[in-house]
Design a protein. Structure first.
Length: 563
């Protein structure tokens, strides 16, 4: 299966919307929203929701809001708001003038709470958080009513007003909905609507000292905005009866909530709590560390927006949770970068190579192809001289069988250049090979009339006199077990080899002016991106996006062959 942007693939949510349009439900409107909490950076799982909500709205001529569900001031920051907006735009979506916040509706939500109290459907409770948990019961045992369950409407209105004016301390009182303490759905056992929290909000400042709970704000915010299809992940399925109850009691517009399976990716976690812990413990350099599955981290690593959108199309939309192989995501970015990334030569672990019979001081300009997948990319010239650098791994003193690179007495072709033969390996005092001395055949120049001689191996190289210095960071998966979140302690499955920093790399001179974020294929090595954070002021840092090896493409090929 090719990862390409194509016609929308049918799924149960798309079918629901199509049926609604046929019956003119909601007067033919399609209005979705992407509602992140601004308490951290977005990750690859959010990308699935972004693509789904914005994609469905675009497909059916509707609109999609960007709404920040900012109901917890102790964990939310304006910096997270800005990062979320940057990520959504980077993915290729635009919300236009439809940027909203749950905090926009704090006054309306408070009035809704008063409406519930007046209807005898809410009460102020003095129980502590621990006591509320004890009174709630279990999955097999019903809960029991709070001693304050039957407070009068007048007393509840008075207490709520005093809660708002700051008379009471944090945790001393809450406002709860009066539903059913015997319900088999724990979410309906008199859930908390408001809690006291003397904390400054990133938008409303100190105007409020009581804040709505997420479950209270979410459904009503959808209603206020006129959302027709409220698309959520499966963990909110048990909350839907609560949202329905709130909307029905208030008698306001009722969006349709539809749940889908969230993205579970192998060797990856999707928990902001774990992300935060990884940052605090110093296992990563920040939320945008290229090993993190945050969109900021993937962007810094070199992933393209198109590759992520295509990946989200490929995995589809399901009703049941499942595990997606991270190799699918890596395949998606390889397929996109293969089409657009210029090819260059870079030597990550340099070994000096001297061509003894090449004229000293001579420099040739050899023609190299920029991208064989794109003829319009054209060609470039690379300098060739007597002294080169090659990869240490491209030479073996005692080569194993099927090793077709350099060894004593063996020949290889230098990419875009000549066939050379290894005559001598020079070692240092420790016995390590530090220099190869070779000869070349001037009749075997690449692109010229061939002499008829052929060799099995071709290796890349960089002219020593023209090479530029760079640091290259080889990133691998952050975890070495397929389901790290299922482990008792995620620290136990951190990959100790998730980052290798190479500081003495040699690159062809065309990369001297490489700009932050630019993506390349280092021939034979993989896809790399100029680091957007640490490059600059004379320092050039490349991050490896993905190696060339494509496990998922191999799996697809085997499946196609029926193996």
């Amino acid at each position: 299966m090719s990862v390409t942007e194509s016609k929308p693939v049918p799924n149960f949510i798309r079918n629901i919307i199509q049926d609604d349009l046929k019956t003119n439900k909601n007067d033919g409107r399609v209005h979705t929203r992407f509602p992140p909490e601004p308490n951290g950076f977005l990750h690859i799982g959010h990308a699935k929701s972004i693509c789904l909500n914005f994609g469905l709205a675009a497909e059916f001529g509707g609109t999609c809001n960007l709404r920040f569900d900012d109901t917890n001031p102790t964990k939310e920051e304006a910096a997270y708001v800005n990062s979320i907006k940057e990520d959504v735009r980077w993915l290729g979506f635009d919300w236009g003038e439809r940027e909203f916040y749950a905090s926009d509706y704090f006054e309306q939500l408070y009035e809704y709470a008063i409406q519930l109290i007046k209807a005898g459907k809410a009460y102020v409770d003095d129980l502590s958080a621990e006591e509320i948990r004890q009174y709630r019961g279990t999955l097999t045992e019903p809960g029991k009513e709070s001693p304050h369950h039957n407070r009068s409407i007048e007393e509840n209105l008075d207490l709520l007003d005093r809660m708002r004016t700051g008379e009471f301390s944090d945790g001393s009182k809450v406002l709860r909905a009066k539903i059913d303490m015997g319900s088999p759905n724990l979410n309906l056992r008199d859930p908390v609507i408001y809690r006291i929290l003397h904390a400054s909000h990133h938008r409303t400042g100190d105007k409020w000292c009581i804040y709505p709970m997420y479950d209270w704000a979410h459904g009503q915010s959808d209603s206020i905005e006129g959302i027709t299809h409220s698309i959520c992940t499966l963990e909110f399925e048990d909350h839907r009866p609560l949202y329905d109850w709130f909307l029905d009691q208030l008698g306001i517009f009722h969006p349709q909530q539809i749940e889908f399976a969230r993205l579970n990716l192998s060797y990856t976690v999707m928990s902001k709590r774990i992300f935060n812990q990884l940052v605090k413990d110093g296992h990563v350099s920040g939320w945008d560390d290229p090993r993190m599955p945050t969109l900021a981290g993937l962007r810094r690593r070199g992933y393209t927006p198109k590759s992520i959108r295509n990946f989200c199309d490929l995995i589809g939309v399901a009703k049941r949770d499942s595990m997606v192989d991270v190799a699918m995501l890596e395949h998606s970015v390889r397929e996109d970068l293969n089409k657009l990334a210029p090819r260059v030569m870079a030597v990550l672990r340099p070994l000096k190579l001297v061509i003894k019979n090449y004229p000293e001081g001579q420099v040739e300009k050899l023609v190299a192809i920029n991208n064989p997948e794109d003829e319009s990319a054209g060609t470039r010239t690379v300098p060739f001289s007597r002294v080169l650098y090659i990869e240490q791994d491209d030479f073996k003193e005692d080569p194993p069988k099927k090793f077709f690179r350099l060894a004593p007495g063996r020949e290889v072709r230098l990419r875009y250049a000549y066939i050379i033969k290894c005559e001598e390996a020079v070692k240092d005092a420790n016995g390590d090979v530090v220099e190869l001395r070779c000869t070349y055949d001037p009749e075997t120049k690449s692109g010229a009339v061939q002499s008829g001689r052929k060799v099995k191996g071709t290796i890349h190289w960089v002219s020593a006199a023209h090479a530029i210095d760079a640091e290259v960071r080889l990133y691998d998966r952050l975890f070495d077990k397929p389901k790290p979140a299922a482990e008792a302690d995620f620290h136990e499955c951190l990959n100790p080899n998730s980052l290798e920093q190479l500081t003495a790399c040699k690159l062809e001179p065309s990369l001297a002016d490489a700009q932050a974020g630019a993506r390349y294929q280092f021939e034979r090595l993989g896809y790399f991106c100029v680091d957007s954070k640490d490059s600059g002021q004379g320092k050039l840092v490349f991050n490896r996006t993905v190696p060339l090896r494509d496990a998922w493409a191999k799996i697809e090929k085997m499946q196609a062959q029926g193996k």
